[in-house]
Design a protein around this ligand. Structure first.
Ligand code: PMP
Length: 454
């Protein structure tokens, strides 16, 4: 199937079930949408169901799901153990105005898995986890500023969302600008966020020297999904930990996605010990979740036992038992063997994709680790967001590739990153490699036809 043939997929037909649902949706939701991430022009395929590695849309088209609800399902859809745990809990009640033992079990599991996590608080989303981590860092240090990296997405809490995009021209001295995520964000927010460039050691040293007395925390994702899963370089991470420790600045590692790479997350792979860690996605087994954990001394800001915690943290559905039992069922199956199998499949996929790119004659590189993978274009491996974004031509090509993959029956994220689940087999991985190879070859031949014609 070529780029031009994508119009043939069922959901794009104006008479399709998806089109009809979208027409109803636009009347009652802005743009027919309630989650910007899943908006697609002119409308998205609506999901009907999922089973294991497969997602089925309302037209009945089956696709291999390398998105897994943006990495949250590590055992694929409707995993039987998760389903059984949730059904059993549903019959006992879905949420209470009392804690349950399940939250203690899941907190204990996380404390055991991530050495830097000594204590845990649960939230209902990753956004909230990052929000309370920032609040905790400010309360602990008594300082107002946070620093984060240009292009990295940490949810949509105002402070964490600054700098997710790129300011038009950057500041006159070439530093990244604190561009806001939503219109109307007050200056008070941008004034309290320092934007750093990923893997830029000199920039990091300069900014920390300038703001060291006011910085509460540096927030980093060690392999940011939205930046194509480019890797934080080991010397950079080491320097970041040293500088933050020297100046009493907390280091917050956002492992909301990367906890699926290894039991101890990317921090384990780097051998770095952050003060706070945010977690989410897989730990909720497919249900809404987030968590912040870290050094007991810092986590004490949440402790209500003396009657006045520094950070009072409520939430009607925090640690609700449905999420907790689903998370426990998921995480208990995520044994070292399961991680090992995902690593092996991931390595095969990354190798296959690299070969497919070379065969089609595309300069590029495959990013990711463990169950995460990304496809990037360009001669040199990108080290920061601007480099990863690439030219307009690269961005257009990514969008085309995504469309054709969707048509051929595989789902990845629109910026060509994705993840594996334990429900996948070597055949699923081979299918993705074959599809990417076919799409790249067809783009290459369309291009050479264009250049012959012009
Ligand atoms: N941090 C990271 C690294 C994320 O990828 C995301 C979501 N994709 C979030 C935070 C926010 O999580 P949520 O969507 O659960 O609010």
């Amino acid at each position: 199937m070529s780029v031009a043939d994508t119009a043939l997929i069922a959901y794009t037909n104006p008479q399709s079930e998806s089109a009809r649902t979208h027409q109803r949706a636009v009347r009652v939701m802005p743009g027919g949408n309630t989650r910007t991430t899943v908006y697609r022009h002119p409308w998205p395929p609506y999901a009907a169901r999922g089973q294991g590695a497969v997602i089925v849309d309302v037209e009945g088209q089956e696709r291999i799901d390398f998105l897994n609800n943006y990495t949250s399902l590590i055992h694929g859809h409707a995993d039987p153990d998760v389903v059984a745990a949730v059904i059993a809990q549903m019959a006992l009640g879905s949420s209470f105005g009392m804690p349950t033992e399940h939250e203690v079990d899941l907190a204990a599991l996380l404390v055991e898995s991530v050495p830097a996590v000594e204590q845990v608080r649960f939230t209902n989303s990753g956004t909230e986890a990052v929000m309370v981590a920032i609040q905790a860092a400010r309360a602990f240090t008594g300082r107002p500023l946070i620093a984060k990296f240009e292009g990295a997405y940490h949810g949509f809490y105002d402070f964490a969302a600054v700098g997710t995009g790129i300011g038009k021209n950057g500041s006159p001295d070439g530093r990244p600008t604190p561009m806001v995520h939503s219109h109307g964000t007050p200056h008070g927010v941008t004034e309290n966020v320092v934007i750093l460039r990923y893997n830029d050691l000199i920039g990091l040293e300069q900014e920390i020297a300038e703001h060291k007395d006011d910085l509460a925390a540096v927030l980093i994702d060690l392999m940011p999904w939205r930046m194509g899963l480019i890797a934080a370089e080991a010397p950079f991470v080491r320097a970041l930990r040293e500088l933050t420790t020297t100046h009493g600045i907390l280091l917050i590692a956002d492992e909301i996605i990367t906890l699926r790479v290894a039991p101890g997350g990317m921090q384990g792979r780097h051998g770095v010990r952050p003060d706070l860690t945010t977690m989410g996605k897989v730990i909720g087994g497919g249900f809404p979740v987030g968590a912040v954990g870290g050094r007991a001394e810092v986590m004490a800001v949440f402790d209500p036992s003396d009657g006045s915690p520094k950070v009072p943290h409520g939430g009607t559905f925090n640690a609700n038992p449905i999420t907790m039992v689903a998370g426990l069922a998921t995480m208990r199956k995520l044994t070292p063997e399961a991680y090992g199998r995902l690593d092996t499949l991931g390595d095969a996929l990354r190798r296959g994709l690299t070969e497919a790119m070379a065969k089609a004659g595309f300069p590029g590189h495959v990013t990711g680790a463990g169950s995460l993978f990304g496809i990037g274009f360009g001669e040199a491996p990108p080290r920061d967001f601007r480099a990863w974004l690439g030219t307009d031509r690269v961005r257009t090509m990514r969008a085309q590739i995504y469309e054709v993959l969707l048509a051929r029956g595989v789902v990845v994220a629109p910026h060509l990153v994705g993840c594996l689940s334990t429900a996948m087999t070597r055949a699923d991985v081979n299918a993705l490699v074959e599809d990417v190879g076919a799409v790249l070859t067809s783009i290459a031949s369309e291009r050479s036809a264009d250049s012959v014609a012009s």
